[in-house]
Design a protein around this ligand. Structure first.
Ligand code: ADP
Length: 284
């Protein structure tokens, strides 16, 4: 272990996933254009952008819900063109969506194994191995530093932050190599956001390549190794952590040059005389 929590050293981490000049058209709408992005093992690539920037479209391409129209998408050096989420999952790409795909009324352990239940026995004697599933759920959550007193509690009784953590722990346990997190802190307060960011960092430390989608530059900067800002479907900034400050990231995210132009325009409006004053001057 290095002295710092981050894994960056002189040898770059292995690249797992890569987009080169990727574009996506929906009929006449160009939702994404010329997007180049790299995801490395043990690193967090943050994708920032305002509403309509193209973040969801990017997730859909990587998760296999929609396929890209232009450019190349490679996973472990092999070009892919996904036509279903199953193909993406089969390559170890897991997505934790904002709505989480957890069932609120079901217990924590049941949610952890949802769709991938462990059974024992064969044929008509096949039944769920509840004991084993509870054990594993407890162990995996403990590894992430999450202590839940009762795994039989419904997931709906947990806080939003804890639910995010369970969804992340589940993806790691089921062998994800790349983890896409869709605005995991968007609906959370400061304290719970901190908890979730800690687990995002744990996923990184477990060696996963993490794609962290957010519109919050502060959250991104707390954990990110790499930052990409999307603006109306284009990459407006692409920077490693070493090359950018939080101030600049925040400024770029707020629109940078666009904001400056707007401020100029607003000042100009103030400088133009009030219509009433103009009329009064004409009366003289
Ligand atoms: P974000 O997630 O950053 O808010 P989106 O990826 O949802 O951005 O949207 C990017 C652009 O693509 C928007 O202009 C949106 O209207 C357009 N778009 C997204 N999905 C579709 C679709 N299925 N059909 C047509 N246009 C779409």
């Amino acid at each position: 272990m290095g002295m710092l929590g981050t894994t960056n050293s002189t040898t770059p981490n292995q690249e797992i996933l890569r987009l080169d000049d990727v574009g996506k058209r929906y009929g006449n709408v160009h939702a994404l254009r010329g997007v180049t992005l790299s995801v490395r093992q043990g690193e967090i690539t943050c994708v920032l952008g305002d509403n309509g920037a193209g973040k969801s479209t990017l997730i859909k391409i990587i998760a296999g819900l929609h396929s890209h129209s232009d450019g190349t998408f490679t996973v472990n050096g092999e070009e892919v063109h996904f036509s279903s989420p199953r193909e993406s999952l089969a390559r170890g790409i897991a997505t934790v969506y904002q709505d989480l795909a957890l069932v609120p009324l079901m217990s924590i352990w049941r949610n952890f194994f949802l769709g991938q239940e462990i059974t024992r026995g064969f044929g008509p004697f096949k039944r769920l191995d509840v004991k084993r599933m509870m054990e594993i759920t407890g162990e995996e959550l403990a590894k992430m530093g999450i202590s839940v007193p009762d795994l039989d509690r419904p997931v709906g009784a947990l806080s939003g932050g804890q639910r995010q953590c369970i969804a992340i722990a589940r993806a790691i346990y089921f062998g994800a190599k790349v983890l896409i997190l869709d605005e995991p802190t968007a609906a959370l307060g400061v304290k719970q956001s901190g908890v979730v960011l800690k687990y995002v960092a744990k996923a990184r430390d477990a060696g996963l390549g993490v794609i962290f989608i957010t519109h919050n530059p502060h959250h991104a900067y707390l954990v990110g190794n790499h930052f990409t800002i999307l603006n109306r479907g284009n990459v407006s900034l692409d920077s490693t952590r070493a090359d950018i400050t939080l101030d600049r990231l925040t400024n770029e995210m707020a629109g940078g040059a666009e904001l400056e132009a707007l401020s100029h325009e607003l000042n100009n409006i103030q400088e133009t005389p009030e219509p009433a004053a103009v009329l009064a001057a004409q009366d003289k």
